[in-house]
Design a protein around this ligand. Sequence first.
Ligand SMILES: *[C@@H]1O[C@H](CO)[C@@H](O)[C@H](O)[C@H]1NC(C)=O
Ligand SMILES: *[C@@H]1O[C@H](CO)[C@@H](O)[C@H](O)[C@H]1NC(C)=O
Ligand SMILES: *[C@@H]1O[C@H](CO)[C@@H](O)[C@H](O)[C@H]1NC(C)=O
Ligand SMILES: *[C@@H]1O[C@H](CO)[C@@H](O)[C@H](O)[C@H]1NC(C)=O
Ligand SMILES: *[C@@H]1O[C@H](CO)[C@@H](O)[C@H](O)[C@H]1NC(C)=O
Ligand SMILES: *[C@@H]1O[C@H](CO)[C@@H](O)[C@H](O)[C@H]1NC(C)=O
Ligand SMILES: *[C@@H]1O[C@H](CO)[C@@H](O)[C@H](O)[C@H]1NC(C)=O
Ligand SMILES: *[C@@H]1O[C@H](CO)[C@@H](O)[C@H](O)[C@H]1NC(C)=O
Length: 482
Amino acid sequence: MWTKVNLLLVLLMIVGTVPVLLRAQEDAEPATQPVSHLCHFEKPLQDPTDSDTDQYCDCDVHNSQPWGLPEVHINCQRHRIGDDFWHGYEQLPQGTIRLDLSRNALTAVPVLVGSGLRYLQLSMNQITTIPDKVFANLSALLELDLSGNRIETIGTDALAGLAMIKLIDLSDNQISTIEVNAFSPLIHLERLVLSNNSLGAFFNRTDSDLYLRLGVTTRLNVLELERCNISDINLASGVGLERALLGHNRLQQLSRLPKQLSYLDLSGTPIRNLPAKFLPNLLHLEKLFLQDMPILYTIDEYALYGLPRLTLLNLQGSRNLSTIHPYVFGQNVVRNETGTALKQLILKGTNIRTLNSSLQMAFENLTLLDIRGAPLRCDCELRWLRDLPNLKVIGSCFKPSALRGKMYGTIDSHQFQCRAEQSWVYIVFNVVLVIVLLVLVAVGIFLIIRAIRPKPHIQMRKVGATSPYARVTIEPNQAEVL
Ligand SMILES: *[C@@H]1O[C@H](CO)[C@@H](O)[C@H](O)[C@H]1NC(C)=O
Ligand SMILES: *[C@@H]1O[C@H](CO)[C@@H](O)[C@H](O)[C@H]1NC(C)=O
Ligand SMILES: *[C@@H]1O[C@H](CO)[C@@H](O)[C@H](O)[C@H]1NC(C)=O
Ligand SMILES: *[C@@H]1O[C@H](CO)[C@@H](O)[C@H](O)[C@H]1NC(C)=O
Ligand SMILES: *[C@@H]1O[C@H](CO)[C@@H](O)[C@H](O)[C@H]1NC(C)=O
Ligand SMILES: *[C@@H]1O[C@H](CO)[C@@H](O)[C@H](O)[C@H]1NC(C)=O
Ligand SMILES: *[C@@H]1O[C@H](CO)[C@@H](O)[C@H](O)[C@H]1NC(C)=O
Ligand SMILES: *[C@@H]1O[C@H](CO)[C@@H](O)[C@H](O)[C@H]1NC(C)=O
């Protein structure tokens, strides 16, 4: 990497800073730092197999543009840098556009001066506070990562000066308070990551409007607010918001979402059922994630009504989900009056057993149905799904037992058959019933035959002394008398 051209440029840079140093000495400013505080530009020339044991960071000079200044990337990851490393402010080497200070031992944000710095990594330190205006001399910064620290409060002036910034990551902190208008200076902010902070009580006030309270620009495009213990949030002012990640909060319903949202993630929220018009007016919504919903049981009729661009619905891992209403997209879809754009439906790991054939119209554009792990009942009621021409179904049958474990796609249409429920109780009951019927029929026939057979005329008479049938005893010795 260290070509001769680089070497020359670095020498030029060092020479270029000499006047600064001289001026600093003239002014006798004790806070001014030599340029090589982070980088030791000569050293790699002597020892190209740079080791991590020294106090200097890894500083790479890139010549991305042949005409411009070289770009310096400074990597100080895992250098055990603490707060005592800095003396006053740190003047970054000229041309520094990237500085990685992650995984060190900082407890406060250092004061850095570098008009060209664009990417600053301060993640995985122990930073508790962001001093006011600490970023004021990093006016070209585009991306700032402060995730994985212990920040509790964002003051009104903490982020002052970050006029160019597009991405700020504050996830995995302990932020519970954000002062009014803390984000107002960030007029070009496109993506704000606040996931995994304790903002529940903060957004629980009557005015839970993220935009009005915090001064977030309405141009914000991506908002990540997962795992923040939020029970309510108002994002209606976010006219530029397209992606909202609100999963694993305590949200139970959402009514104040901006209209042009195209990506919404509500995974892991305690929603019991999706009622009719659950997401009103989201005409641009394309992707909806409802994964791992612990207590989602049903998706009611009209729940997904009025979402004409919805192409992906992901319900993976919502294990209690057992019912999708046939009119989930509304009756006009069932009647083939309007269509849906749904292309992918993920029901992996849900408790869905069957899908009503009224959904056929809603599935006309569907190309992928992932139903792996669901207890699918492959009987005649599901045959319609097999017959959809463009649909790929991934998953296997759970019932009937003859088809158990068979991949859905390998089963022929005619094998989807319905038989009466054949539990053993039912069979035994039937057998007993047949036997009883046979016995009854036999008895009936016997009685009928008996009834119509002519009776023999038997006259019964008493056997008495005068009866002609009386027993006559013939004495042998009187035979001759007769
Ligand atoms: C930081 O910026 C301010 C104005 O934004 C300026 O007055 C000050 O001199 C700068 N500090 C350094 C060390 O360059
Ligand atoms: C949330 O942040 C804490 C640190 O504040 C971290 O230890 C934890 O792993 C994070 N949780 C998730 C799910 O990212
Ligand atoms: C939010 O407010 C409600 C009542 O207004 C309360 O029951 C709930 O505990 C609060 N949640 C948080 C996270 O403070
Ligand atoms: C979430 O908010 C509730 C209600 O205020 C509270 O009881 C609970 O401890 C909070 N959970 C976390 C992880 O902060
Ligand atoms: C399903 O819901 C019950 C309570 O209704 C709950 O105990 C169970 O944990 C839920 N299942 C899953 C996988 O979350
Ligand atoms: C639904 O309507 C479209 C035209 O609006 C038609 O092409 C298609 O065949 C219909 N589908 C069924 C199953 O009737
Ligand atoms: C399929 O989607 C396209 C747009 O993506 C739409 O124009 C068409 O009406 C849809 N088809 C059906 C049957 O809904
Ligand atoms: C499908 O849904 C329709 C409308 O709700 C209902 O009339 C029909 O009985 C259902 N079919 C099955 C097999 O459940």
